[in-house]
Design a binder for this molecule. Structure first.
Ligand SMILES: C[S@@+](CC[C@H](N)C(=O)[O-])C[C@H]1O[C@@H](n2cnc3c(N)ncnc32)[C@H](O)[C@@H]1O
Length: 235
């Protein structure tokens, strides 16, 4: 029987933000490496591995079998949190999905906010949309950290019910100031991405595109200022 799972840096960071001793739901689990790893490490006593599709859920069962932790796991085939009842879990991970999908999953499960369940969210896209949705729907981003895999930086958020105050356009785009050592590189990447988008839009004559270009220019100047502040803080 295999005893140890080596998580990728992205999943390792998400796993590290799970509270000790929590009964965990891993939504969109696919291979279920994260909950299986935390069970093997003894950090959590029990987990629900859930997925929208049968193929990934079969992979989750296979991981549990290989690592001998199936007796501490339940498997649910469901959309988001639809198959998980309030009171069953103390923490939820939603990793490896688009920010808009994560927001839809939370929108459909208001009990998560009412019960103040701690969340670990790892969006792959639409981060500004997710940050804005959280702000406007009674969630606060308590922390954001970064994980690096090759050239890609992944954001992992620790989120709880609460007020976080209004985020500026730049903060929606790049998160609030954090002391993560990868923050400088993250801001530089976002700056490059925004600059490319703004330059691409400059060629278009459409009023809608020009309006969007002006908005992104504002975000770009805010992020450049954040990056400068970060560099000063590093000296
Ligand atoms: C890219 S995998 C991520 C797997 C793992 N969480 C990770 O971060 O490595 C995304 C998984 O989410 C599942 N998924 C997508 N939308 C979902 C939804 N609305 N509810 C539950 N699972 C969903 C997919 O079937 C897929 O297995």
């Amino acid at each position: 029987m295999k005893q140890h799972i080596e998580l990728s840096p992205r999943l390792r960071l998400a796993a590290d933000l799970v509270p000790q001793g929590a009964r965990l739901a891993d939504v969109g689990t696919d291979h279920a490496y994260l909950p299986a790893c935390l069970l093997l490490e003894g950090k959590i006593p029990w987990a629900i591995a859930s997925d929208l599709r049968q193929g990934p859920l079969n992979r989750a069962r296979e991981t549990a079998r290989q690592y001998g932790c199936g007796d501490k796991m339940a498997f649910r085939l469901c959309n988001g949190l639809a198959g998980i009842r309030p009171g069953e879990v103390d923490a939820i991970v939603i990793a490896g999905m688009g920010g808009e999908t994560i927001a839809q999953i939370l929108e459909a499960a208001p009990w998560v906010r009412e019960e103040k369940i701690p969340l670990v969210l790892q969006p792959m896209s639409s981060l500004p949309e997710l940050r804005e949705w959280l702000e406007k729907n009674g969630y606060a981003i308590a922390r954001e950290q970064l994980a690096q895999e090759g050239d890609t930086l992944y954001v992992v958020m620790g989120v709880t019910a609460g007020e976080m105050g209004e985020q500026t356009p730049g903060q929606l785009w790049a998160g609030r100031q954090s002391r993560d050592p990868l923050r400088g590189e993250y801001l530089a990447q976002q700056e490059r991405k925004l600059r490319r988008a703004v330059e691409g839009m400059a060629k278009s004559r459409g009023e809608e595109t020009q309006q969007r270009r002006r908005e992104l220019e504002q975000v770009l100047s805010e992020i450049s200022a954040m990056k400068e502040e970060w560099q000063k803080w590093q000296m």
